[in-house]
Write a protein that binds this ligand. Structure first.
Ligand code: FAD
Length: 399
């Protein structure tokens, strides 16, 4: 069997490694001219690290990431609402990492090049169209100028092409993402600039009316990553690379704890990110073609699940293809059946956290803080089902 993967992000690259490790050949097509290490920090939780460890990437991740040992929730004035040990300290079989998104992508990319060969990845190839028939699927790729550069033929096509997915559009029509009313300023601060704050190696989430602020170390402790979310009425572009003004971010966090403002104020450049949301799709697959990652379940980043769920998708899809033998349509139907309820639930939970994190001061906020203090939020007790999942192990069909 040969798979065509469209998109060289975290989902597409990881899936290429997984397929290869189970003897399924694949070619990956990326629209950018090079696979560049873009983005800022992300949290990678045990259920994704388990899959990456299974691919033998743990040591490499340790070199570029940092292990997170504790998670804190705080009010915007700095009162601690709740905290919990994370990763190995919490009894998981693998660590939790905070990592620059680009470095995570870089580690996986390097492994793909080593194991599949550089020829397995074709950059500068934007998917424009595809056709499928009983024997397979043909995908047509174009360069930036719109000239046809290549046609690939395979047994299955996997659309791992992100939030603006062309594959999704070709399968199901143009979608209408809705602006969630939230924007986020993201940034990376050299840790030595914040040395006077004595920040622990923890992940901290500060909640306040109409916004929240998250920070943690990445890059082996050399950088502090922050995401500063505030509510805003209108925004038109869904982009990762829009520049923002530090002064604007500081203004939005007036009255917050000095530590929050010090971190924002220490950054050289910040990116402003309009947060868009999508309804869960009714289906992901048609015949030999399916979707994976943000292309089929883009979600607000309020559960730290974007990259994690794309890795899980790859693991389940690979296992389904292996078990189904040559029955491609059967494998895709099973993949969708196993994955969609979980990602839909997480899309809904992430959306709900916008309201929950941003409550105005008052009775509801006090109730939230009391509940969180008692039972956590993303605590291991509250969402054990999330962390315990092993996406590469399929439930027994006969059970
Ligand atoms: P993505 O990581 O979005 O990858 C999709 C890939 O498909 C991209 O490389 C894209 O160029 C390629 N592609 C798109 N269309 C085509 C086409 N027609 N033909 C060929 N290739 C195509 N999340 C965070 O939480 N924090 C961040 O700071 C952050 N920064 C990001 C920066 C960038 C530049 C990108 C692309 C994504 C970022 N994300 C960030 C999102 C995060 O990486 C994803 O939510 C998660 O990793 C799931 O990834 P994915 O593989 O489904 O999609």
């Amino acid at each position: 069997m040969k798979a065509i993967i469209v998109g060289g992000g975290i989902g597409g690259l990881t899936t290429a490694l997984m397929l290869r490790s189970r003897g399924i050949s694949c070619e990956l097509y990326e629209q950018s001219e090079t696979i560049r290490e873009l983005g800022v920090g992300i949290n990678t939780l045990p259920h994704a690290i388990r899959e990456l460890a299974g691919l033998g990437l743990l040591d490499r991740l340790d070199e570029v990431a940092i292990r997170t040992y504790e998670l804190f929730y705080l009010t915007r004035h700095g009162q601690q609402v709740w905290h919990e040990k994370r990763g190995l300290d919490a009894g998981h079989d693998v660590p939790q990492f905070s990592i620059h998104r680009g470095r995570l992508q870089g580690v996986i990319h390097q492994a793909v090049v080593e194991r599949l060969g550089a020829d397995a990845i074709r950059t500068g190839c934007r998917l424009g169209a595809f056709t499928q028939d009983e024997g397979g699927v043909s995908a047509h790729f174009f360069d930036r100028a719109g000239c046809h550069v290549h046609t690939a033929r395979g047994d299955i096509l996997i659309g791992a092409d992100g939030i603006h997915s062309r594959v999704r559009q070709l399968l199901f029509g143009i979608d209408r993402p809705h602006f969630t009313g939230c924007i986020a300023y993201r940034g990376l601060v050299p840790a030595e600039r914040l040395a006077h704050l004595d920040l622990e190696v923890t992940s901290n989430s500060w909640w306040g009316p109409g916004g929240h602020f998250v920070h943690y170390y990445v890059a082996g402790g050399r950088l502090v990553n922050f995401v500063a979310v505030q509510e805003e009425e209108t925004w038109t572009r869904e982009s990762w690379n829009e520049r923002g003004e530090v002064a604007d971010a500081l203004r939005l966090f007036e009255g917050w704890h000095p530590q929050v403002r010090t971190i924002i104020g220490a950054v050289d450049e910040t990116f402003k990110w309009g947060l868009f949301d999508r309804e869960p799709l009714p289906r992901w697959s048609v015949g030999r073609i399916t979707l994976l990652g943000d292309s089929c379940h883009a979600m607000l980043p309020f559960m730290a699940q974007g990259a994690v769920q794309s890795i899980e998708d790859g693991a389940t899809l690979t296992a389904c293809l292996v078990e189904a033998g040559g029955d491609v349509a059967g494998a895709l139907a099973r993949y969708e059946l196993l994955r969609k309820p979980r990602t839909t639930r997480l899309q809904e939970m992430s959306r709900h956290n916008k309201t929950r994190f941003h409550l105005p001061d008052g009775v509801d906020q006090q109730r939230r803080d009391a509940q969180t203090a008692a039972a956590g939020d993303r605590s291991i007790a509250a969402v054990g089902w999330l962390y315990a999942h092993d996406a590469g192990v399929l439930p027994d069909a006969a059970a």
